[in-house]
Design a binder for this molecule. Sequence first.
Ligand code: TRP
Length: 337
Amino acid sequence: MKEQKLVSGMRPTGKLHIGHYKGVIENWVKLQEEYSCYYFVADWHAMTTKFDNTESLRQDKINVVTDWLACGIDPNKSFVYIQSDIPEIAKLHILLSMITPNNWVERDPTLKDMIKMIKSGEEKNNSSQLSYGLLGYPVLMSADIMAFNASFVPVGVDQLAHLEITRDIARRFNNIYKVELFNEPLPKMTQVPLLKGIDGQKMGKSFRNDIKISDDEETTTKKVMQAITDRSRLRKSDLGHPDNCEVVYEYYKVFADRETVETVYSECQKGKRGCADCKRMLAKIINNKFSPIRERRFELSKRPEYIKEILKAGKEKARPVAQEVLERVNNIVGISL
Ligand code: TRP
C-alpha cells in the first residue's frame, strides 16, 4: 500500500488538449506508481464561474474522465471520482469557511485574476456576476485536499496561491483546536513548461487555438499547418531562427526526440528546411504520439455507461476515507454529540 496521499482535480472544461496532457496528465500517470492518488473532476468549482451555463456540464464531466482513462489514469491504481459525489467535501468546506479570515481569500492573486477575467467577459458567464461561492474557491479547494488529508498536490504555478491558503487553513485548524490532525500539503510541480496554443497565445478552448487529445489526424495536421513559426522568415531560403519560432520549434522540443530536435534546429538555421515541411513533419510526430491514446479514447467514448461505473466505484472507494477524516474533524470541533 502506497502511504503518501496526493490529491489533484480538474474543472470539467470539455475535451482536454495536448497542453493538458503534457502539463498535467502525463505527470499524473507517473505519480500513480509512487503515491496513493486521488484524481477528481471539480464540478462544484466549475460552477463558481459557470453557474448560469451548465447545460454541457454533464457531458463535460464524462469527456474529461474519458480523456484521463485513455491517457493512462488507471482506476485500479488511483481513486477517480467526481467532487460532488463526496458530500464530506462540502461539509468540510463549511467548517473551513468558518475559520478562514476574509482577507486571506480576498488577497489571493489567482482569485483576483479570475475575477478580472469574469469582469472583462473573457471567462464565459452570462451575467458577469461575481458570486459568494467564487470567493470561497480556495476554501473549497482546501476542502478537496484536506478531506483526504493529502500530503501532496500536483498543480501548475497558477494554483500555488490557492495551495498556500490551504496550508494556512490547515495550520490554523491545528492551532485553534490544538491538534495535529491536518498535514500542510506541499505542491508537486510539473517540470514541463506550458505549451502555447498554435497562435502563440495561452492554449485554451475558448481561444480556439488548441489541439485536442481527441482530434483526429486530419484535424491535428490542419491545426499544426496554421501554427505560427519564425515571424521574420518569409521564404524557405531565408535563414531561420528556431529560437524565435515560438510554437513549432517549442512543440518539437516537447514531442520529438533529441536527435530530431537538433536536426530541425540546424536545418532551419541554414535555410534547408521550409516551415511547411517542418510543420508537416511535426504533425506526424504528434499524431504518432497520440495515436494509441486516441484509439483507446475512441473505444471508451462508445461506453459512457462504463465511465459512469468507474466513477461510482471511485466514489465508493474514496468516500470512506473522507468520512473518517470528517468524523475526526466533527469530534475535534465539537459538532458531533
Ligand atoms: N483549481 C484547480 C484548477 O483550476 C482545480 C482544483 C480544484 C484542484 N480543487 C483542487 C487542484 C484540489 C488540486 C487540488 O486547475
